[in-house]
Write a protein that binds this ligand. Structure first.
Ligand code: UDP
Length: 327
């Protein structure tokens, strides 16, 4: 049995589907603070909070857990810069509860959802896994804290572990079963699509004076289905004992600026909308783009769904379905 924490969330739900299709038996642990009950079907679901050790322990008491895929956590750069306490509580304290419960139950396989936000300001054009990790916001800082705790628990208590450092997860399940649905929404692509759908008055560009070709931030958008598929291969290798403890980037190696995302949304949806230029958002790095070679070597994984028009197209169809909008 594989425990998936945060399996009702955006990336978690896509991965639960992919792991289920690959034949893994799964139990999802989620507090539904941001996850959705209708995103998890056909698997056992335990409602609980990582911050309560008794909740965490009860899962390990009830199930013979062989491995853990750990998604549960807070993941907003902006919010973390306003309320760091929430991020330490969930990502660090909650994470330590999970590590301790695994140690007590003798569970030795762990995949962790990490992030490119652990690197901080890039010192090279693209970010390789060996780039220094100097986070510039509490989100990245607390994710890095868990990476380090996991490495120590790994070497001392024999937990085999893998960090997957996601770049910007985007897009939606091709069958439209689930996709991004945050309240409030803060992510660029669903916000721009919301403007295209007429649900928002306008799009705001946070900062047009960055040292990038068009002055707006550049990100490496990676389709959530590609991220889910990487977890399947990673878990298979981890359970087979053929994976060294390490961190791998999940990105495409190609960046898109905020303006390029807006242009792609206009092209894919055929809709126009108002765009306003706003000040920079606290905690944002100008450019975050992966060097994505290592994951190709180690897992044989390459993105297959991540060209920007496809990301936007799948996210568009999901949003139309979720918000019950007909064209
Ligand atoms: N962004 C923006 N306007 C918005 C939301 C986001 O200009 O309404 C920018 C944001 O500053 C960042 C990029 O879009 O440079 C991606 O932001 P998002 O929140 O989607 O992901 P993050 O990179 O923070 O994980």
């Amino acid at each position: 049995m594989i425990l998936v924490t945060g399996g009702a969330g955006y990336i978690g739900s896509h991965t639960v589907k992919a792991l289920g299709e690959a034949g893994f038996r799964l139990v999802v642990f989620d507090d539904f603070s941001t996850g959705h009950p209708d995103f998890v079907r056909g698997v056992d679901v335990i409602e609980g909070n990582l911050g309560r050790m008794t909740d965490v322990q009860s899962v390990f008491d009830r199930y013979a857990i062989e491995g853990v895929v750990h998604f549960a956590g807070r993941a907003l750069v902006g919010e973390s810069s306003e309320r760091p306490e929430l991020y330490y509580e969930t990502n660090v304290v909650g994470g330590l509860n999970l590590l301790n419960a695994m140690r007590e139950a003798g569970v030795t396989n762990l995949i962790f959802s990490s992030t490119c936000a652990t690197y901080g300001i890039p010192e090279t054009e693209n970010l390789g896994e060996d780039h220094p990790q100097r986070p510039i916001n509490p989100y990245g800082e607390t994710k890095l804290a868990f990476e380090r705790a996991m490495a120590w628990f790994g070497s001392v208590h024999g937990i085999r572990h893998l960090s997957l450092r996601y770049f910007n997860a985007a897009g939606a399940d091709a069958a439209c079963e689930f996709g991004e649905d945050h309240a409030p929404e803060t992510h660029l692509i669903p916000l721009v699509l919301g403007a295209a759908a007429g649900l928002r008055d306008r799009v705001e560009i946070y900062g047009t004076d960055y040292p990038t070709p068009d002055g707006t931030c550049v990100r490496d958008y990676i389709h959530v289905t590609d991220i889910a598929d990487a977890h399947v291969t990673a878990l298979q290798k981890l359970m087979a004992g053929t994976l060294e403890p390490q961190a791998l980037n999940l990105g495409t190696g190609t960046g898109a600026s905020v303006r390029e995302v807006i242009d792609t949304v206009r092209a894919v949806t055929g809709r126009d909308f108002e765009v306003a230029e706003s000040p920079r958002r606290r905690g944002d790095a100008p450019r975050l783009v992966a060097l994505a070679e290592r994951v190709a070597e180690v897992l044989g994984w390459r993105p297959a769904h991540s060209d920007l028009p496809n990301i936007v197209d799948t996210a568009w169809h999901w949003q139309l379905k979720r918000k019950k909008i007909s064209l």
